[in-house]
Write a protein that binds this ligand. Sequence first.
Ligand SMILES: Nc1nc2c(ncn2[C@@H]2O[C@H](COP(=O)(O)OP(=O)(O)OP(=O)(O)O)[C@@H](O)[C@H]2O)c(=O)[nH]1
Length: 393
Amino acid sequence: MNLAVIGFGNAGGKVVDKLLAFESNTGRSLCRFALAVNSAEIDLAKLDYVPRDNRILIGQTDQRVKGRGAGADPEVGATIARQDHHEIERAMDGVPIHDIDGFLVVAGLGGGTGSGGAPVLAETLSDRYAEPVYGLGVLPSADEGGRPAFNAARSLTSFTEATENLVLFDNDTWRQHGDSVEMGYDRTNEEIARRVVTLLAAGELDGSQISEAAMDSSDVKRTLATGGVSSIAFASSSLESGTREGKGLISRFTNGHDEDRDESDLTMKVHGLVRKAVKSRLTIPAEIDSAERSLIVVSGPPSEFSQKGMRRAREWLERETDSVEILAGDDPRERADRLSVAVLLSNVTRVDRIDALQDQAVDAKSNIQNQADTREDEIDDLITDDSGELDPI
Ligand SMILES: Nc1nc2c(ncn2[C@@H]2O[C@H](COP(=O)(O)OP(=O)(O)OP(=O)(O)O)[C@@H](O)[C@H]2O)c(=O)[nH]1
């Protein structure tokens, strides 16, 4: 798949930068166009891979922002995204629209700029272009407190509505004790990039690869067309000892038993890797039998592929997800140094972390209400009803 990728806010920009870094390190191609939009000048300056001309500072004329961010207020993020839409659209004129399969808008949902701005941009893109607009949203960890949870719960509703599919990554699930916050983010951003690029770049062949069951970008699109939120599973394994070519050469002079053994090893390896991925930490933990559609991508040197392993893995996932809507394909990468599996679980509907976030947000709402009793103007902007429900931004 080829995408135009837009990072909104600080986390959004950093994750897009990591997607570009991962592509560059692995020779993959996913992002045909990359843009970072932010209201904090200093965050835009820190990016390494997004081209300088594609870094857009918004909200400069807004007294609340002045180049220093939206202060974790999504209303501000949404307002400046609307106010400065011409500037963003002008930057989007550089998108090679005939070469892309869709847009990907990336944001952390706990702050102000990305949380408020990303759904606004996604809606504008959906109105303006025929190509699908996907989202990649990062949920705050529980220990960040009530305000980020409140922002994320509201943004989740608007962002899901504004996109064809919203892939989620949960910071709470991936938090590691002992890391500084920035080190932790750097590591989680790499994990996001590995999963997103392995999954979505499938099908972008450079012409040198051959494959019996190559993934095609229309398979990815079809799986993402469910709407709702999605999670990604991932696992990888080192390549077989010795080179596969070496083994093939030896077996040519034997009676073929080695070839049989190799095939059954590879069947088990591919099948096992898919099971391991789905049983490991997902980008957001979800009940996998609540997924509407799934997609398995096996990526690596073609000599490590096994069609039988893939078929077994697909049958296993059909049983696990209780769905027959499972596509599976491979993504040949001759130079890859690992065999990787990414599984997209699309439109998962039982996600405990979202329920927990919403509970935390409802508590935070009453706290915010109490604190703001003396500041009625501000609370009017934040909360438009008092039913306990959270309103989208
Ligand atoms: N995984 C990951 N999450 C991040 C990173 N940086 C921030 N976050 C998360 O994203 C949320 C939003 O933070 P930012 O992206 O800094 O906020 P913003 O959208 O720029 O909004 P303002 O700072 O209010 O202008 C935070 O609450 C964190 O949960 C990052 O590098 N990686």
